[in-house]
Design a protein around this ligand. Structure first.
Ligand SMILES: Cc1cc2nc3c(=O)[nH]c(=O)nc-3n(C[C@H](O)[C@H](O)[C@H](O)COP(=O)(O)OP(=O)(O)OC[C@H]3O[C@@H](n4cnc5c(N)ncnc54)[C@H](O)[C@@H]3O)c2cc1C
Length: 404
């Protein structure tokens, strides 16, 4: 059947979530003719994202941050409180951004505000076309990549950036399998207002069911990610506002005083799912299409934004030197560059989460000792803080505040 419409952008990004929008903006800002295929989300995302300093620098460089800044709260201090009540209890550990020369580790923002700011910037770029449609088939060959849309239109490009989330069609089309593990936990999420100030401090209570984390939002508001067993998460999410606010006050030892929960609660099963390769023939995966991590340690989307910045940097460089932007060298370099960053963070999150769930005394002892060492040994604490905020190697240029 002949194509109803044949367009030839150099890059096609599939998926208009935060990772896809960032990839599309970065490519277009770098002068690459780009088409973004995405649908508006069916329901609003009630989550928030703690954007670490490198992500904020990238959004600043891309001209997105000015629309976010009023709606984001700085994270200047991070506290970890052992609330396991176990024999081996660790001391409270407090990380402050000024210890590593930063004003803030990052900023927490509601996803809906972040997506609005990205979409506004995307609409204002002349090298970026936005197609509100769904990709129904993706294929690639040695010479081209093809995306078939639900409308019947067909796009041809040199590269497809698959930013189509955890059930990625692009990943399947590239023949890339995932390694997946489910934890016996779920995350209950909501936003709340409270009577006491948070002092720009996020507090993570380590409980036997998983972390209970309060992260500041502007004013006397915070977001909560409460990790616990799935039945308990659904039960909590089903409570009326007053009963839920009471449960939160109890679990948080009243550190924020009386709280009032805001409408909209989410429950997310905890899984880790990592693609075996981050790129195939002319198809590169970014964000949750490449890796789904548990919401512990605020790493998921920060990794997704680093993916977007990395593929854009490689593609823009190839474009400027007149090369085919989907050539095998670009794809294999992208895969190599993202592997260590994603791998190390997946292992760290997994170890931390398992150490909370474990009933084994030696495991609990090791976790307690680790936190004790972090509390007492300044250079170790600072090294962990620096690595937590950004990888020491292979930081993409956008994360260093440099335009592509
Ligand atoms: C409870 C919770 C808290 C979190 N907190 C943090 C945090 O503090 N910091 C952090 O860094 N990360 C956090 N994360 C992770 C973060 O939310 C995700 O990494 C991020 O939302 C994924 O963005 P994405 O753009 O990759 O995917 P998505 O947001 O899933 O976007 C994918 C997009 O692709 C579209 N799409 C799918 N298929 C097609 C198709 N065939 N055609 C066209 N479009 C398609 C979808 O409609 C969607 O718009 C958290 C996650 C959870 C669950």
């Amino acid at each position: 059947m002949p194509d109803k419409n044949v367009d030839k952008p150099a890059a096609i990004v599939v998926g208009g979530g935060p990772a896809g929008l960032t990839a599309a903006i970065s490519l277009a800002e770098g002068g690459v003719d780009t088409t973004l295929v995405g649908l508006r989300a069916a329901k609003a995302d009630n989550r928030t994202t703690a954007l670490l300093a490198g992500s904020v620098a990238a959004l600043e460089t891309l001209g997105v941050w000015p629309s976010c800044v009023e709606k984001a709260a700085p994270l200047r201090t991070m506290r970890i409180v052992d609330d396991t009540g176990r024999l081996w209890r660790a001391p409270e550990v407090r990380f402050t951004a000024d210890e590593i020369g930063l004003g803030a580790f990052g900023h927490n923002i509601e996803n809906r505000h972040l997506i609005d700011a990205l979409a506004e910037r995307a609409r204002n770029l002349s090298t970026l076309s936005i197609v509100e449609d769904e990709a129904v088939a993706v294929s690639s060959s040695a010479s081209t990549a093809v995306v078939n849309l639900k409308s019947g239109n067909v796009l041809h490009g040199q590269i497809v950036v698959g930013a189509d989330g955890r059930h990625s069609l692009c990943r399947t089309a590239a023949g890339i399998a995932t390694d997946e593990r489910r934890y016996p936990q779920a995350a209950m999420t909501l936003c709340l207002s409270h009577s006491r100030p948070h002092h720009d401090t996020s507090t993570e209570f380590h409980t036997p069911g998983g972390p209970f984390t309060l992260v500041p939002l502007p004013g006397n508001r915070s977001s909560l990610v409460w990790v616990l067993n799935p039945n308990a998460a659904h039960e909590l999410a089903g409570l009326d506002d007053l009963a839920l606010a009471d449960a939160i006050e109890k679990a948080s030892h009243s550190i924020l005083g009386k709280s009032q929960v805001e409408p909209s609660r989410g429950v997310f099963p905890l899984t880790v799912s990592i693609a075996r390769h981050f790129a195939g023939e002319r198809i590169a995966l970014v964000g949750e299409a490449a890796h789904v991590l548990p919401p512990i340690g605020a790493q998921g989307l920060n990794l997704g934004l680093r993916d977007a910045a990395t593929i854009a940097e490689l593609v823009v460089t190839a474009h400027r030197t007149g090369r085919d932007v989907g050539e095998a060298d670009v794809m294999s370099r992208y895969d190599r560059m993202r592997r260590a960053d994603v791998g190390s963070r997946t292992i760290a999150i997994d170890l931390l989460n398992r150490s909370l769930l474990s009933d084994l005394l030696p495991v609990q002892g090791a976790r307690g000792l680790g936190l004790y060492m972090l509390d007492r040994i300044g250079p170790l604490r600072r090294a962990v803080m620096r690595e937590g905020v950004a990888p020491t190697e292979n930081q993409p240029r956008l994360m260093r505040g440099e335009a592509l």
